[in-house]
Design a protein. Structure first.
Ligand code: XMP
Length: 350
């Protein structure tokens, strides 16, 4: 519509003025709608001086990394680097079962890899004299993310956001809670980079970002995509995060989501996923007892993700989904559906 069109143009002009005609901008992308829309906008405003970085944690969904690459690089023409971090993430997560420890390890590993890539981009620019310094860090923060983060207290230091001083805690919590790159700008501030935050979506609500995304030519499937947490499948495994466990979750999740899409009900829910309880449950195969792990299915409806209700599946569909998962995914002998509301439950399991 007219208003959104106006927003795109105004925002592009604003970004160009802010960044100038030499500086470079980096940003983490995940394949989700917020970071894709923000990246697309940067591309429109400053072309290849924007560098999108996708850290492949090895904890993303089936074929997700290739799909993000296809969309961002081939379809939207964004300057994208994929950092292959799978092995490092798995080695650091070995033996860890405590949820907060998992999150912390993933956050730190993410920052390590991201920082290394940012430095590489900077050095490359220096060598080729093609562009200026990396001065900005793009963040796809929405209005709701900022509001939600106001309730957290953090360090009192300030960092600059688009020239204005903002309370560090607000920004860092927004990043930590929603993108899982907590501490990134602050740490880079301490180094050479002196990154300033640029947040083109900070005044928008989710439905506005979606409308904006459509207008920027982003595919409908991506625009309507359910959110996916930064720590990925790791927080959907109760127990140790191993490549084998991740593989099982990927297969089960793929069956679950495909069947939801085939039933035409994907857009009726806000989020849906398969998770894994690595404890053993018994099943029968022929005339012997076999032990396998438990797949937990969760699907919710929510307006703002602060509260949520379990999605009411037609029971026959739910049974069909369970049957396919047990039959097709080795290692699973049971499937359960999580009917907990939020509160008291949360959307994710850990
Ligand atoms: P909870 O589990 O707190 O989730 O009810 C609310 C929403 O936030 C997402 N979520 C995360 N997103 N990094 C993220 O990027 C995280 O660490 C994280 N934890 C939860 C969750 O998927 C849901 O949409």
């Amino acid at each position: 519509n007219w208003e959104m069109g106006n927003f795109t143009e105004k925002e592009i002009i604003r970004i160009r003025k802010l960044v100038g005609d030499k500086a470079q901008v980096i940003g983490a992308v995940s394949g989700g709608v917020d970071s894709t829309v923000a990246a697309r906008l940067m591309k429109e405003a400053i072309g290849d001086r924007f560098h999108a970085i996708l850290v492949d944690t090895g904890l993303m969904r089936l074929n997700e990394c290739q799909e993000v690459k296809k969309t961002l690089q081939e379809h939207l023409g964004i300057n994208l680097t994929i950092v292959d971090g799978g092995e490092l993430f798995f080695s650091r997560l070995a033996g860890v079962v405590e949820p907060e420890t998992k999150r912390k390890i993933i956050g730190e590993t993410f920052i390590d890899l991201f920082e290394k890539e940012a430095i590489r981009i900077e050095e490359e620019a220096k060598e080729t004299h093609r562009a200026g310094k990396v001065e900005w860090f793009l963040q796809g923060t929405l209005y709701a993310d900022l509001i939600e983060s106001l309730s957290f207290k953090g360090p009192s230091a300030t960092i600059k956001s688009e020239g204005k001083h903002l309370d560090n805690s607000i920004i860092l919590m927004a990043i930590t809670a929603h993108h899982n790159v907590g501490g990134l700008p602050a740490r880079m501030m301490n180094g050479q980079a002196q990154l300033k935050l640029i947040e083109p979506l900070r005044e928008l609500f989710k439905d506005e970002v979606r409308a904006f995304g459509r207008q920027l030519g982003i595919h409908e499937d991506l625009v309507m995509r359910h959110p996916f947490p930064g720590p990925g499948i790791a927080i959907r495994i109760l127990g140790e995060v191993t490549p084998e466990h991740v593989e099982i979750v990927r297969k089960a999740d793929h069956i679950f989501i495909s069947m939801i899409k085939e039933a035409g009900i994907y857009d009726q829910m806000s989020q849906a996923y398969a998770a894994l309880d690595t404890n053993r449950a018994v099943g029968v195969m022929g005339d012997s007892r076999v032990y396998g792990m438990i797949c937990i299915l969760r699907a919710v409806t929510s307006v703002d993700f602060m509260s949520a209700e379990p999605f009411e599946f037609p029971f026959q569909l739910l049974k069909n989904i369970c049957r396919r998962i047990v039959n097709e995914v080795d290692g699973i002998t049971r499937v359960v559906y999580d009917c907990t509301s939020k509160p008291p439950g949360t959307i994710e399991l850990e």
